[in-house]
Ligand binder design. Structure first.
Ligand code: NAD
Length: 362
């Protein structure tokens, strides 16, 4: 652990800030990309992940192997394990925590509500307790979600908009996370940055998300279910490419500002920030499907049904002015470009023949 956590900057790499970062949820989609990017620029990284079975564990293991090949070690453990966290903080004086571990997905909350409480509430508090007791206290950057805007019709969503109407238990736990982190900020002096991600997609992505499952089903000739809002309005999402999100996360770590407490005691005020990280270019779900059809050269079998009202919201759209001003955040990848990269990764990861039409088309 010491080796991969000590900031070493490989010759010729982009300049890192010399951070030492604990990445929670490191074997997850966003965690893998952020860990690789930190390591690439020479920062020290240690990951933790419980490798839960919410989606294909073999994908998480493949991500872990990718990380290992770049010198990032992922500890297998749960963020609710306070003793493990304390040990990690004893061994490595982390300057920052990038907290990405969570139970994601809005519909799964109908089946397994307890897992949201376990990871997104209890797990968060366990992690913050370890951070607050650590000496030095790290700065915490963590993933909230655009879902906190809930059933909001004042678009684009900016950080000052109301967040008191969550549409799912997932959204409620992210909103609660914002309140909990704020409390640790003002009581214990933890530096906190909450990032409201807007529908992140890309290579090594999450199989439970629509763009991923649509690709799988289209290639296998299986039908896809396309939800539509009431009054036949198409759902739209502010799809944001993973590389843009990674840049936003790294800029947040670099500008986080110090925690002011030590050993559970606050010594002065510490920064508390919230930023939207989106793309500011919402695209409807039928448009997403048509881009995939074009790249895969297959017409999807579509079942268009009314949104069942189990957690989805009709649209999302980020106002990113604050992140642009304070983080220099500037998304550069259109959905067309990003999906091309995703489909290319998908075909090669799942062993599709390089001679197929879809490959020739990319
Ligand atoms: P992911 O599910 O791929 O990654 C989360 C990882 O956390 C998983 O590998 C999981 O095994 C791990 N984990 C879950 N509970 C844990 C626990 N108790 N202890 C240790 N590890 C645990 O999800 P992702 O898409 O990479 O999302 C990363 C973060 O961003 C999450 O907090 C998610 O809620 C948030 N977010 C994601 C999106 C998106 O579109 N991907 C949008 C908004 C917010």
């Amino acid at each position: 652990i010491r080796a991969s956590a000590s900031p070493r900057r490989p010759p010729g790499s982009a300049e890192g800030a010399g951070l030492s970062v604990l990445v929670t949820g490191a074997a997850g989609f966003v965690g893998t990309h952020c860990s690789l990017a930190l390591r690439k620029r020479g920062d020290g990284v240690v990951g933790i992940d419980n490798f839960n079975k919410y989606y294909d564990p073999s994908l998480k293991k493949a991500r872990r192997a990718l990380l290992a090949s770049h010198g990032v070690f992922v500890v297998e453990g749960d963020i609710n394990d306070g003793r493990l966290l304390t040990k990690l903080f004893d061994v490595v004086p982390f300057t920052h925590v990038l907290h990405l571990a969570a139970q994601a997905g809005v519909r799964y909350a109908m089946e397994n509500p307890a897992s949201y409480v376990h990871s997104n509430i209890a797990g968060l508090v366990s992690l913050l307790e370890a951070c607050k007791e650590a000496d030095p206290q790290p700065a915490v950057v963590w993933a909230s979600s655009s879902s906190v805007y809930g059933l909001n019709d004042a678009v684009p969503f900016s950080e000052a908009h109301r967040t008191d109407r969550p549409a799912s238990l997932y959204a409620a736990t992210k909103k609660a996370g914002e309140e909990i982190t704020h409390t640790y900020n003002h009581i214990y002096g933890l530096s906190v940055t909450g990032l409201r991600f807007f529908t992140v997609y890309g290579p090594w992505g999450r199989p439970d998300m629509a763009y991923f499952s649509f690709t799988r089903n289209i290639l296998q000739g299986k039908p896809i279910t396309v939800y539509r809002g009431r009054d036949h309005v198409d759902l739209a999402r502010d799809f944001t490419y993973i590389d843009d999100i990674v840049r936003g996360c790294l800029a947040s770590l670099d500008t986080a500002g110090r925690s002011t407490g030590t050993g559970g005691r606050k010594r002065g005020p510490a920064p508390y920030r919230i930023f939207n990280l989106g793309n500011t270019a919402p695209v409807t779900v039928p448009t997403l499907v048509s881009i995939l059809e074009r790249y895969l050269r297959v017409n999807a079998k579509k079942n268009v049904v009314e949104m069942p009202g189990n957690g989805d919201v009709p649209f999302t759209h980020a106002n990113i002015s604050l992140a642009r001003e304070q983080l220099g955040y500037k998304p550069t990848t259109s959905l067309e470009m990003g999906l091309k990269k995703f489909v290319r990764w998908y075909l090669s990861y799942y062993g599709y023949n390089r001679g197929t039409q879809a490959f020739n088309n990319l």
